[in-house]
Write a protein that binds this ligand. Structure first.
Ligand code: ATP
Ligand code: MG
Length: 415
């Protein structure tokens, strides 16, 4: 093996995998397209400031997961670690607030995070995401959640669970943060040192902590869900009602914390118990303050992102349509290659899938190869005037001129 390999935490997508990813992409396009979402693609890198301002200074992503570099001219750029902020930037940059609202967008693109690589956790990974910007209606939240559930179902994702919560608005959260920080300070003895160190920076993350003692202490901590302002509580109740109507099952998880600062009101996450440690398949929520943070007018928004690799892992086998080779063009004579090349081209122009011999195999080897490809026909070219056409299914074979091969195939499977 060459000493040059893919960088740690990255992977090649080989053709069989590309097929599965293509199936996923087609399902996303079908399901999101039918609900009015249009595809968007943003650049692979953005101004670093975009992520620092929106994702949040205190988050893991900004603190330690970003690939940041200087563009050579003193500007700091970052490989996108997530795509909601870039989509909101694009919404503002293209004046999409002038379009009928909400503007519905979806994407399937790669992200970059400098994380410790493990199964289901990579440094370059892909996400399918959907964003609806410009409406505060609870129907938007519910629609988005239902659409992700539909995508996961269409893929056959196994052992899925949906967790749901509400974070209220920024003001409610600020007040609650104080209350929670006070609780944490009063219980420092029962918390891990990392949690204590982050009390001021990000007290909410205490709910996320892995160690038993902290988890025990957090069991009695005040919950944001119990502190929601009336209109936030109403919004959340309505979202739940709509999900109930849609027959979607979920559990309320008041401890659900998402690793990005811009969420407000509804947050949710789909997990698969078939995945082990990295069980998060996709998640999202409402981000009503985000556009304003980017310098726009106050604009509500809601969206989700789901990991492509994790969705495929949760799906297990994704049925892929087998490749069809209509005709394999075999080269059986010294000056047959030129005719074979032309015939393969012509067959493709006629809408068939066609391959020709490219490896100098014996005729017997070529027939074996055609069989391996599952070719329906083999055209054996002897010279510019002489050929055979073999129906691989029936074994029937006829003599004909190369020019007559395509019409013969088009006439049907009977020779
Ligand atoms: P996790 O808790 O696994 O770190 P996260 O909360 O950081 O996930 P989000 O930022 O919400 O993830 O991104 C949405 C989805 O993107 C995740 O549910 C997961 O499917 C996928 N994802 C996130 N980070 C990675 C990664 N490093 N490698 C592969 N997929 C990822
Ligand atoms: Mg993460």
């Amino acid at each position: 093996m060459s000493s040059l390999q893919v960088p740690r935490g990255t992977f090649d997508v080989l053709p069989a995998d590309a097929e599965r990813r293509g199936v996923l992409e087609a399902q996303a396009k079908r399901i999101l397209g039918a609900a009015g979402y249009g595809r968007i693609e943003t650049p692979t890198f953005e101004a670093t400031e975009l992520f620092v301002r929106t994702v949040g200074e205190a988050t893991d992503i900004v603190q330690k997961e970003m690939y940041t570099f200087d563009d050579g001219g003193g500007r700091s750029l970052t490989l996108r670690p997530e795509i909601t902020a870039p989509v909101c930037r694009a919404y503002l940059e293209h004046g999409m607030h002038k379009l009928p609202q909400p503007v519905k967008l979806w994407y399937m693109s790669s992200n970059f995070r400098a994380e410790a690589p493990q199964r289901g956790r990579y440094r370059q990974f892909w996400q399918v995401g959907a964003e609806a910007i410009g409406s505060a209606a609870p129907e938007v939240d519910a629609e988005l959640i239902v659409l992700l559930a539909q995508l996961l179902e269409a893929l056959g994702a196994r052992e899925m669970r949906l967790r749901l919560s509400s974070l209220g608005t920024a003001a409610t959260r600020a007040e609650y943060r104080e209350e929670l920080a006070a609780y944490l300070r009063a219980h420092e003895d029962g918390l891990s040192p990392e949690v204590v160190a982050r009390i001021d920076l990000n007290p909410m993350r205490a709910f996320d902590a892995g160690d038993r003692r902290t988890q025990e202490t957090m069991r009695a901590a005040p919950l944001l869900l119990d502190r929601l302002a009336d209109d936030d509580a109403d919004h959340f109740a309505r979202v739940r009602e709509l999900l109930d109507d849609a027959g979607l099952r979920y559990v309320l998880d008041p401890r659900l914390v998402r690793g990005l600062d811009y969420y407000a009101r509804t947050v949710f996450e789909f997990n698969s118990d078939a995945l082990g440690a990295q069980s998060g398949v996709g998640g999202g929520g409402r981000y009503d303050g985000l556009i304003e943070q980017l310098g726009g007018a106050p604009t509500p928004g809601c969206g989700w992102a789901a990991g492509v690799e994790r969705m495929l892992m949760a799906a297990g086998e994704v049925p892929v349509a087998p490749d069809v080779v209509d005709v394999f063009v075999a080269v059986a004579g010294g000056d047959a290659a030129r005719t074979a090349f032309e015939l393969a081209n012509e067959a493709r122009r006629a809408g068939m899938s066609a391959q020709m011999e490219l490896a100098g195999r014996s005729l017997k080897g070529q027939l074996r190869h055609a069989d391996r490809l599952g070719a329906r026909y083999v055209a054996i070219i002897h010279d510019p005037m002489q050929a055979n056409l073999k129906n691989m299914e029936s074994g029937e074979q006829i003599d004909l001129q190369p020019a007559a091969v395509i019409p013969a195939i088009l006439r049907g499977s009977r020779l």
